[in-house]
Design a protein around this ligand. Structure first.
Ligand SMILES: Cc1cc2nc3c(=O)[nH]c(=O)nc-3n(C[C@H](O)[C@H](O)[C@H](O)COP(=O)(O)OP(=O)(O)OC[C@H]3O[C@@H](n4cnc5c(N)ncnc54)[C@H](O)[C@@H]3O)c2cc1C
Length: 301
């Protein structure tokens, strides 16, 4: 790795927020660096649905056609699966403006979407540091210095320092970490933990996107790209601990959190159980959190 580098803006995180900001700045002639800790493609805890009103933005970012080519079927009905009840209604479509031309929303795996966006940023001249974690931000005269470290390298691998007057903290809103814009570690029984999985062979109607509710949490299901069903949900920490405890007693051993979540959803939400009846897990369950969405105060360095 090079030891030092200077840019106009450094963006921490290559999720949709970071890559969109990077693209916008690079196209206006800024020298931009993105620092992303994970190697791509990577899956992410997310429902992966994008409504039609956002497609104009994807077009402006230059990935609209690629998104249309890859995303799952149009979602024309919304639903609610709760206990034994299943209700549904037509998805309201946009009647005018660019969204009306775009029809209905669809879902695309974050492994694909985020890679499309990062490739577009790279093509626009953004310098990408990946997989590299931003570990500190310090003031350095009239600029900010961001210390980064390779996440895949050998333990002794040197880090480097990037400098810019603008730093964009696009590292997501809930991961705890050492940066001034990140949260400290906290644990409360009411925390919501996020889970996500892909399944193939689901019986969910391809045009239906149901919200799922179950004791202690809620979630959603949607058919995404290549026939993958995307299921994502949040569950309270205390409810999950109780579920795991009772399963562990029943079984006499450790029960993975994701297994407890999946069993709970199947046991308490009939619509989800029916949709997953013959489905097969496609890749491992992912977990994240606690989820702490919301607008937070910025910081002054
Ligand atoms: C259960 C659930 C379902 C959801 N469903 C939907 C949905 O269907 N549709 C929708 O539009 N939204 C959905 N969302 C919300 C959506 O996932 C987020 O709004 C979105 O991911 C935020 O994007 P972002 O770019 O701000 O952050 P993120 O997508 O979190 O990206 C942050 C990036 O920063 C990187 N990073 C973090 N720390 C560092 C560091 N120190 N150094 C370098 N890199 C770092 C991470 O690896 C990551 O790639 C859902 C969220 C949850 C929890």
């Amino acid at each position: 790795m090079k030891r030092a580098s200077t840019h106009d803006a450094i963006i921490i995180g290559a999720g949709p927020a970071g890559t969109s900001a990077a693209l916008a700045l690079a196209r206006r002639g800024w020298a931009v660096a993105i620092v992303e800790k994970s190697a791509f493609p990577r899956r992410k805890v997310c429902g992966e649905y994008i409504s039609a009103s956002n497609l104009a933005l994807l077009d402006r970012l230059g990935i609209g056609d690629a998104w249309r080519g890859e995303a799952g079927p149009e979602i024309r009905r919304v639903g609610l699966f709760s206990g034994n009840a299943s209700i549904e209604a037509p998805m309201p479509g946009a009647r005018s403006g660019p969204a009306a031309r775009n029809g209905f929303g669809r879902a695309l795996g974050r492994d694909i979407l985020d890679t499309l966006l990062l490739d577009a940023a790279r093509s626009a001249g953004v310098e990408v540091f990946q997989p590299c974690r931003a570990v500190a931000i310090e003031r350095d005269g009239d600029r900010q210095a961001v210390r980064i470290q390779a996440t895949s390298g050998s333990p002794g691998e040197e880090g480097m320092t990037l400098r810019a007057s603008v730093i964009v903290a696009a590292h997501g809103s809930w991961e705890p970490g050492p940066l001034p814009s990140q949260l400290g570690k906290q644990s409360r029984s009411s925390d919501l933990l996020g889970f996500k999985a892909h399944f193939t062979g689901s019986a969910l109607p391809p045009d239906l996107m149901p919200l799922l509710t179950f004791p202690g949490g809620y979630g959603g299901m949607v058919l995404a790209d290549r026939g993958r069903l995307s299921i994502s949900c949040c569950i309270r920490r205390d409810v999950l601990a109780r579920l795991r405890g009772s399963l562990a007693r029943e079984r006499g051993g450790h029960v993975p959190a994701a297994e407890a979540v999946e069993r709970h959803i199947r046991a308490t939400c009939r619509g989800a159980r029916d949709a997953l009846a013959d489905a097969r897990l496609d890749g491992p369950w992912l977990a994240a959190g606690p989820i702490r969405p919301g607008i937070r105060a910025g910081y002054e360095a």
